[in-house]
Design a protein around this ligand. Structure first.
Ligand code: GUN
Ligand code: FE
Length: 453
């Protein structure tokens, strides 16, 4: 690619390269990134680097490359229920909207239909990596992993564990069965993608309310046996949820102590929400190296907390933070929306903290959406930016109108940085012209992604 490139080197360093040359090899890995290239010399430079005759993809006016978006918290079976139950408190929303919906994934045909649409929908919006909660069902979860592999989306896929506080028609029959199906899903995903190049399993206890001690202990045993297996759960999302958790586990003073006790907290833990964390818990998350999946859209609309996490405080302490759509608790499945809502929520936090926690800037929310997400999912060695040696997971962004109906309004005199800002604040999936995962072009056309009945 001979292209303008924008990527994050860290939360405080956004690198903007107006004319770069990026080389991707046959395995989809980035082998060179040359900055400040004279376009007329690109071919000559490539010859010298020993790439004679290599195809050069020259991006046209208004176009640039960014790393693919990483959605650190996503419920694949909620794809068709996005937007329902806005304003409800979390446990009521689970009982009335979510559990009956997720129960439908008992039917493999339903799973195939909705998961195909879900994966297409996220790819089209530039989500090159998603950390998915599946439903409680083994077969549907295996179907989700297969669809990610087939369509080329990088993903963590987990069978959702829930042995109690859910209706008979939608929960694991027993702890033993829950653990067995979990192991079957892990084995299936590993044999479908032996090196974990694209799709990997993730332990997924829904939250402590839906798991009894024995189940949490069993999952902790799997985690101890499998040090590379990531773990995801919901953490301190809302007052109603926290109160119920305290009632069920009175022996623990905090959710941090609870999950740590069962061996589920560490550098591979992806903790969704973390809206209400005490000084003690923040210190535990930092010391244990846990990652936070910040889901500002769902935090402000479903759950009952209507309060987003103290992201500035997490960043100040060096706690890893990424963004999650929390689709379908989050009505939007767009990481661009999550970035914008993260900014809005951080401004409310700035007022609440009397100016101490400054609002997030565009470069910072962009880092959360890319490199931060990679860190939270323990994938920072492979994706998140365009450092040589990483996989080429990337989006070609277009900002000039015409046939695609792009709404972003750029002007001739705009700098690349200005165009980028306009894309982040006003763009949508129409601006995302091409999507690459591991060098493979994966953006589906609009027709392919349509839900077929
Ligand atoms: N807590 C337990 N399950 C869920 C879920 O599906 N969505 C959200 N937002 N919170 C949860
Ligand atoms: Fe969630």
């Amino acid at each position: 690619f001979l292209a303008p490139i924008i990527h994050s080197l860290s939360i405080s360093e956004l690198e903007i390269l107006p004319c770069a040359l990026l080389v991707v090899n046959g395995e989809g890995k980035i082998t060179s990134l040359l900055k400040d290239v004279n376009p007329n010399e690109a071919r000559h430079i490539l010859d010298r680097l020993n790439f004679p005759g290599i195809k050069i993809n020259v991006l046209g006016p208004g176009r640039f490359l960014i790393p693919g978006f990483i959605d650190t918290h996503n419920h694949a079976p909620q794809w068709a229920q996005r937007g329902l139950g806005q304003g409800m408190h979390i446990l009521d929303w689970l009982d009335t909207i979510t559990f009956p919906n997720e129960a439908r994934f008992q039917d493999p045909a339903c799973a195939r239909r909705i998961y195909a649409s879900c994966v297409d929908g996220f790819l089209r919006q530039g989500v090159t990596t998603a950390s998915y909660y599946g439903s409680v069902h083994g077969e549907a979860t295996r179907i989700l992993a297969d669809i990610c592999l087939e369509k080329g989306q990088r993903a963590l896929v987990g069978k959702c564990n829930m042995s109690r506080n859910a209706p008979d028609f939608y929960r694991d029959a027993s702890v033993e069965q829950s653990l067995r199906v979990t192991e079957e899903c892990i084995a299936h995903i590993r044999s479908a993608d032996p090196g974990g190049q694209l799709v990997r399993p993730v332990l997924t206890p829904r939250f402590a309310i839906s798991c009894d001690d024995e189940l949490l202990r069993g999952l902790g045993r799997i985690a101890a046996r499998e040090p590379d297996l990531p773990i995801q759960t919901h953490f301190n999302e809302a007052e109603q949820e926290m109160q119920a958790t305290r009632g069920l586990f009175p022996q623990f003073d905090s959710e941090a102590d609870l999950y740590e006790h069962f061996g589920l907290l560490g550098p591979r833990s992806i903790l969704a929400h973390c809206c209400y964390v005490t000084e003690y818990e923040m210190e535990r998350l930092r010391a244990l190296g846990c990652g936070v999946a910040h889901c500002p859209v769902s935090n402000m609309t479903v759950g009952g907390g209507f309060m987003a996490a103290p992201v500035r405080e997490f960043l100040r302490r060096g706690i890893k933070v990424g963004l999650g759509t929390d689709s379908g608790g989050g009505f939007s499945s767009s990481i661009l929306d999550a970035m914008r809502q993260a900014m809005i929520a951080s401004h409310a936090r700035e007022v609440m903290s009397k100016g101490q926690d400054k609002g997030l800037r565009i470069a910072e929310v962009f880092c959360l959406a890319t490199l931060g997400g990679a860190q939270v999912c323990s994938l920072e060695d492979g994706v998140g930016n365009f450092v040589v040696g990483k996989d080429f997971d990337a989006l070609v962004v277009g900002t000039q109108g015409g046939d695609q109906g792009i709404m972003t309004m750029v002007e001739e005199h705009d700098s690349l940085e200005t165009v980028f800002e306009k894309f982040v604040m006003t763009g949508d999936d129409r601006n995302i012209l091409e999507v690459y995962v591991q060098g493979r072009l994966v953006k589906p056309s609009c027709d392919e992604g349509a839900v077929k009945h």
